[in-house]
Write a protein that binds this ligand. Structure first.
Ligand code: G4P
Length: 534
């Protein structure tokens, strides 16, 4: 592994060595396996299998919820930090299921790059496409890992074409596979001119790596069977003719993705990918904020909350706010200003999510993710600074696409239910609306599985069985306007009016036509499908 010179020489080395990224993929492509191997090479776990091992006593962070265990899906985003050579990797886990796109979106505001994992037999799948589009909204740099090359895969040029066509991004091969399926022997590392040979017998063994001096180096023929070598050389020549070479700036701009081929389960190609993240991936980037942007090298500390997780430890009713450090050098015990409330907070017990366990964070640099336990003061979108009134922007809240009413199994427990719902709303797990007429709550989500997750969490975390029921409403819009226009609107439409957990006015709609009608009849009001979290 070699350090390449920083493209932002103004960054202190502690910041420049940080790589904060997420992995995006379609379920089953191999994200968990790849994460596990990252942690293994990062020295964070001793043995592969630990991330997934569902031990009774100790549950790993990406696996602490019952739903995840039962259904094998990753519901909650979590962060893991580990060192790789001279680099510090902060890996932020994204929920893979399409029902959690809002959570995923917010998670992606906290990273500087994404690793896109695709299954070599399947190519770009629906969820890959969706997640990619979310990354595109922020021009996030993407590094691609084409996994499961130990099995029959599709034609490599086809896969690359598909990425270029469907995702509209240039692809540059960082490695090239030799042989397919059972004949797959390894890859040629194009960036470093090395032959990497996979060991099928030992899944945790690092591949044998042989330096190659030009493509007529006899070492190639020594290690690669003649019939595979011929095809490989032809393909490589074609690839070099047809595909662009790696251009780091294009990668950083999000217009080019390097692709590595490998097999996560065989630990193959993973180190090359990690070296790629280290050497070509972005350093902590400038954070868009109001009234000015924040540069990571600024001396003063700033950070913002991109996720709140309640009840991480069932024994304590605490919440952990996940904070992405945007600038400066944070030290434990610092007093930071909570910009929304203008109050000072002493951050005395911040947590660093070292992959093996939660640990007190004595310090953190721009790019790091820390957890701040709190009792509800910290919300998604909040900014912490050393006094300046900065607000990180671009963390949206989306109008839900599915609405249901919710009731406690025991009507006497409705206050409890309200508390639980408010907590989930603040956490960003659902939208909760209190209609201005009648009792009860309407819960809004983006995907149907979220109702099940909520019901399960309310039952497990609050001991409260609940029922979700069909609601007459199908969508919601936030309403803004001057007081007079708003009052008139609210009086005339009280059946449709509710308040969200922040107290903002929401118009609940039965059909698209409702929205058209309001827009026509109340031209002074603004209906919006997103609201910036603040
Ligand atoms: P996900 O988090 O993206 O959903 O994928 P995960 O890592 O759980 O992998 C999905 C399946 O693909 C797993 O098999 C895993 O073992 C397998 N897999 C991952 N990487 C490779 C690879 O490089 N080659 C091959 N052939 N398979 C791979 P499973 O049968 O669902 O689970 P398990 O019984 O192996 O745990």
């Amino acid at each position: 592994m070699s350090d390449t010179a920083s493209n932002r020489p103004e960054l202190p080395s502690e910041i420049a060595r940080r790589r904060t990224f997420a992995i995006i993929s379609h379920p089953d492509a191999g994200k968990t396996t790849l994460t596990e191997k990252f942690l293994l090479y990062g020295g964070a776990i001793q043995m592969a299998g630990q991330v997934r091992a569902k031990g009774e006593a100790r549950r790993t962070r990406s696996d602490f919820m019952q739903m995840e265990k039962d259904r094998g899906i990753s519901v909650s985003a979590s962060a893991m930090s580990f060192d790789y050579g001279t680099f510090r990797f902060n890996l932020v886990d994204t929920p893979g299921h399409s029902d959690f796109s809002e959570d995923t979106y917010r998670t992606l505001t906290a990273v500087d790059a994404a690793v896109m994992v695709i299954d070599g037999a399947k190519g770009v799948e629906s969820q890959t496409q969706k997640l990619f589009e979310v990354c595109r909204l922020r021009d996030l740099p993407i590094l691609t890992f084409c996994n499961k090359m130990d099995r029959e895969s599709r034609d490599i040029f086809d896969i690359i074409d598909e990425i270029q066509e469907n995702l509209a991004i240039d692809v540059t091969p960082a490695s090239w596979p030799i042989g397919v399926g059972r004949d797959f022997v390894g890859t040629y590392d194009i960036l470093r001119d090395r032959l990497e040979l996979m060991d099928r017998a030992d899944r945790n063994k690092v591949a044998e790596s042989i330096e190659i001096n030009g493509l007529d180096d006899p070492k190639l023929a020594e290690h690669v069977p003649a019939h595979l070598l011929e095809t490989f050389l032809e393909e490589l020549e074609m690839a070099r003719e047809l595909l662009p070479a790696l251009d780091r700036q294009a990668l950083l701009d999000g217009t080019m993705t390097p692709i590595w081929f490998g097999s996560a389960i065989n630990s193959f190609g993973v180190k090359e990918l990690m070296d790629g993240i280290a050497n070509f991936g972005p350093e902590p980037q400038i954070q868009v904020a109001q009234p000015r942007n924040i540069a990571p090298e600024e001396k003063k500390v700033t950070g913002f909350v991109f996720k709140v997780q309640a009840n991480m430890d069932p024994k304590h009713r605490d919440r952990v706010a996940f904070v992405r450090m945007a600038s400066g050098h944070f030290k434990r015990g610092m007093k930071l200003t909570h910009v929304r409330t203008k109050k000072l907070m002493t951050i005395s017990n911040p947590v660093l999510f070292l992959a093996s366990d939660r640990e007190l964070a004595e310090e953190a640099w721009a790019g790091d993710i820390i957890g701040i336990p709190n009792h509800g003061q910290l919300r998604i979108g909040d900014t912490l600074t050393e006094g300046e009134a900065l607000r990180v922007s671009g963390i949206p809240s989306f109008a839900p696409e599915l609405l249901q009413s919710v009731r406690a199994g025991d009507p006497l427990k409705s206050k409890h239910l309200e508390k639980a719902l408010m907590q989930f709303a603040e956490e960003g797990a659902a939208k909760v609306f209190k209609p201005s007429i009648g009792s009860g709550f309407i819960v809004g989500v983006v995907g149907p599985l979220q109702f099940e997750v909520l019901a399960s969490r309310i039952e497990i975390e609050y001991g409260l069985p609940v029922r979700f029921e069909q609601s007459q409403f199908t969508s919601a819009r936030w309403v803004a306007g001057d007081k007079q226009a708003l009052d008139k609107f609210i009086n005339a439409n009280s059946q449709h009016i509710a308040h969200d957990h922040d107290g903002d006015i929401v118009y609940l709609t039965r059909m698209k036509w409702d929205i058209d009608r309001v827009e026509r009849d109340y031209p002074d009001l603004k209906l919006t499908a997103t609201k910036e979290m603040m």
